[in-house]
Ligand binder design. Structure first.
Ligand SMILES: *Cc1c(COP(=O)(O)O)cnc(C)c1O
Length: 229
């Protein structure tokens, strides 16, 4: 049953790729598995998915321990500095870096383990008070500081767009994100590339892809609704 959900998402990704003439293999689908049991992750793994997104350190580590080691784990939630040490060497990509202090901690913990950690900068493009992320006008300073670090590599940008009834309403936010990433790329900052643009969730991933996303984070459409308690 989950495999059918995945197939449906895959079909819709391929439709956008065909319409927009985007190669399918340039896009990464991250299956957002937060709150879901490992049996469900295993099912999606068996269907071919290797990228999973979690938003809690403990949950990511617990799942990491028991699931196959070729999974690429994505930390997509707000990250506290005192928990960074638990995921270094385990995560493929941290999507949610929004301060120099957090980047410093990732640098320090990565140096200790002698690894480099790939990160994205989370941008609060819609300027929502309830959201994490840096404002676009603050990103240059942050990038120049992080570019000094040798164990942290910035690979691109991430945003969580507002929840809207009609996903088209987010197309302007996505377009601005794409433009920001192109602008930054053209500055050729040491250590920093803009190869990843992580945006689009269950409600708006097609619009995000149309506006230039190459990494989408889809939970509900694959695993079903989440129960929080
Ligand atoms: C939960 C979450 C998602 C997935 O949301 P869905 O609407 O279930 O697809 C994507 N990104 C982040 C940062 C999340 O926290």
């Amino acid at each position: 049953m989950l495999k059918e959900n995945l197939n449906l998402v895959e079909q819709r990704i391929q439709n956008v790729c065909r319409d927009k003439k985007i190669p399918r293999d340039s896009i990464t689908l991250v299956a957002v598995s937060k709150t879901k049991p490992v049996t469900m992750l295993q099912e999606i793994y068996d269907a071919g998915c290797r990228d999973f997104g979690e938003n809690k350190v403990q949950e990511l580590v617990d799942k990491y321990e028991v699931l196959p080691k070729d999974i690429r784990w994505h930390m997509i939630g707000h990250l506290q500095r005192n928990k960074v040490k638990y995921i270094i060497g385990k995560v493929a990509l941290i999507h949610s870096v929004d301060s120099l202090r957090l980047a410093e901690t990732i640098e320090k913990e990565s140096a200790k383990k002698n690894v480099t950690t790939d990160i994205l900068i989370e941008v609060n493009m819609a300027r929502e008070e309830s959201k994490f992320g840096v404002f676009p006008e603050d990103i240059d300073n942050l990038l120049y500081e992080i570019s000094q670090f040798s164990h942290v590599h910035v690979k691109g940008l991430m945003t969580v767009a507002p929840f809207v009834d009609n996903p088209r309403k987010n197309s302007e936010i996505f377009e601005k994100m794409h433009k920001l990433s192109v602008d930054i790329e053209s500055k050729n900052i040491d250590n920093i590339t803009m190869s990843i643009l992580s945006m689009g969730m269950t409600n708006d991933y097609e619009v995000a892809l149309e506006e230039g996303a190459n990494m989408i984070r889809v939970g509900t459409a694959i695993f079903g609704e989440r129960n929080y308690h």
